[in-house]
Write a protein that binds this ligand. Structure first.
Ligand code: GDP
Ligand code: CA
Length: 346
C-alpha cells in the first residue's frame, strides 16, 4: 500500500503541454470518486497537476447495463476515453471520429437501437464481455482496457459485483437507469430509486485501501443521487470515507440551483433534497469535510458552514482542461489537513 506519511507536498508535478504530468518520485496520492462526464473533466485536469500514476478513481457502475448480450459500463468508459484523449468532447459521450455502421445495420434488421453504440465503442464492449465470460473480474478487465489505451490513472470499479440503479417513475413502472436516462431522456419524474445488488456487493479490490491511503479524497462534480449514491450504497465505502472526512473535498455539481447538464437538480428535488449547493452539503455532510462551490453561489457559503462543512468558493465550471487543472490544484490545497482557509479559494 502506498503510504502518505513519506510523501511531500512540495513536489507537485507540473503538466506538460500534451496534458501528461512529468514522472516524479514524490507526489500526492489522490483518490477520486467518479461518475461520468463531470468526473472525467476533473480527472483530465488533475493529471496535469499530479502524476497520473498517483491518481486512483473509484468509478460508479450503477449505470452498467447489458444490451445485445454485451456488458456496457458507461461511466468507466467515459472516464477511460477522456483520459486517453479519445472522447468526443462535443457530443459529450463516446469516442471522437466514431462511425455508426453497426447501428444502421441493426436498424435495418429491426433491432434495438435506442441506446446508440458506435462501431469503435462496440469493440470495448465486445472485449469486456468476452473477458468477463471467461471468468475475469470487471476490475481486471478495466485494468486491461486502460492499459491498452495508455491510461495510467488507476480506475477501480466501485464493485466487481453487479449493482444496478433502478428508478420508480411517478407515472409508472420501475425502470433501469439507462431506460430512464437514455430511453426516456430523463424527462420523467422519479418517485424513488434503489441500487439493486448493493446490499450484498463488496467494494472492488483496492477501493477501501485507496480511500484509506489517499492524502486527499476528491468527490468529483458528479450526480449526487445516481453517480455518487451507488458508491455510498456499497457496504464499507461510506464508512471508509467518513473516516477520512477532513481530507475529503467535493466539488458541487449544482451551480446556481441547477445542474450544468443532466437530471441532478431534478432528481435531488424529486427525492427530497434541496437542489442547491446547500442541499449538496447536507447530502454529503457525513463524509465530506470541504465543499467547493462556484463563485455564483458565494452567498451560500455561510449556510454550508452551518452544516458543519467547510466551504471554498471558486470558479468551478471546467470550460477547458486548463480550468480543470486550476480547480484540481485548489482541491489538493483544500484537502490538506492544514489547508486553505474557508472563504474564497483563490
Ligand atoms: P454522467 O456523465 O451522466 O454520468 O453524469 P455525472 O455523474 O458526471 O454528473 C454530471 C454532473 O456533473 C451534472 O450535475 C453537472 O452539473 C456536473 N458537471 C459537469 N461538468 C461540470 C463542471 O465543469 N463543473 C461543475 N461544477 N460541475 C459539472
Ligand atoms: Ca453516469
Amino acid at each position: 500500500m502506498r503510504s502518505r506519511s513519506r510523501r511531500h507536498w512540495s513536489s507537485l508535478a507540473h503538466g506538460e503541454p500534451g496534458g501528461r504530468a512529468r514522472t516524479i518520485s514524490l507526489a500526492p496520492v489522490i483518490t477520486a470518486l467518479a461518475g461520468g462526464v463531470g468526473a472525467a473533466r476533473l480527472l483530465r485536469g488533475l493529471v496535469r497537476v499530479v502524476a497520473p500514476t498517483e491518481v486512483t478513481a473509484v468509478v460508479n457502475t450503477g449505470d452498467d447495463t447489458e444490451l445485445h448480450g454485451l456488458h456496457i459500463s458507461p461511466d468507466l468508459d467515459t472516464v477511460t476515453y477522456t483520459l486517453a484523449g479519445l472522447n468526443d468532447d462535443e457530443r459529450g459521450w463516446g469516442l471522437a471520429g466514431e462511425t455508426w455502421s453497426v447501428m444502421e445495420s441493426l436498424e435495418r434488421l429491426g433491432g434495438e437501437t435506442w441506446f446508440r453504440l458506435g462501431d469503435q465503442d462496440l469493440a470495448t464492449h465486445l472485449y469486456r464481455t468476452q473477458r468477463l465470460s471467461t471468468g475475469a473480474t470487471l476490475s481486471q478487465v478495466t485494468a486491461e482496457i486502460t492499459a491498452a489505451l495508455g491510461v495510467s490513472v488507476r480506475l477501480l470499479p466501485m464493485s466487481d459485483d453487479p449493482v444496478r440503479t433502478h428508478l420508480t417513475l411517478v407515472a409508472g413502472p420501475e425502470v433501469s437507469f439507462q431506460e430512464y436516462f437514455v430511453g426516456r431522456r430523463h424527462a420523467v419524474a422519479v418517485e424513488s430509486l434503489r441500487f439493486v445488488g448493493a446490499q450484498t456487493a463488496r467494494p472492488g479490490p483496492g477501493v477501501l485501501g485507496a480511500i484509506a491511503d489517499a492524502e486527499v479524497v476528491v468527490v468529483c462534480p458528479s450526480n449526487p443521487i445516481v453517480s455518487i449514491g451507488p458508491l455510498l450504497a456499497v457496504p464499507g465505502i461510506a464508512d471508509a470515507l467518513a473516516a477520512r472526512r477532513s481530507e475529503v473535498v467535493a466539488v458541487s455539481p449544482i451551480i446556481a440551483g441547477a445542474a450544468l447538464k443532466g437530471p441532478a437538480d431534478r432528481l435531488m428535488a424529486e427525492l427530497g433534497h434541496e437542489p442547491t449547493v446547500v442541499g449538496v452539503a447536507r447530502a454529503y455532510a457525513n463524509f465530506v469535510g470541504t465543499l467547493v462551490i462556484d463563485d455564483i453561489d458565494a452567498a451560500s457559503a455561510e449556510a454550508i458552514e452551518a452544516c458543519g462543512v467547510r466551504c471554498v468558493v471558486a470558479p468551478t465550471i471546467m470550460h477547458s482542461p486548463d480550468h480543470a487543472a486550476t480547480l484540481a490544484s485548489l482541491l489538493l490545497d483544500a484537502g490538506r489537513p492544514s489547508g486553505a482557509t474557508s472563504g474564497r479559494g483563490r
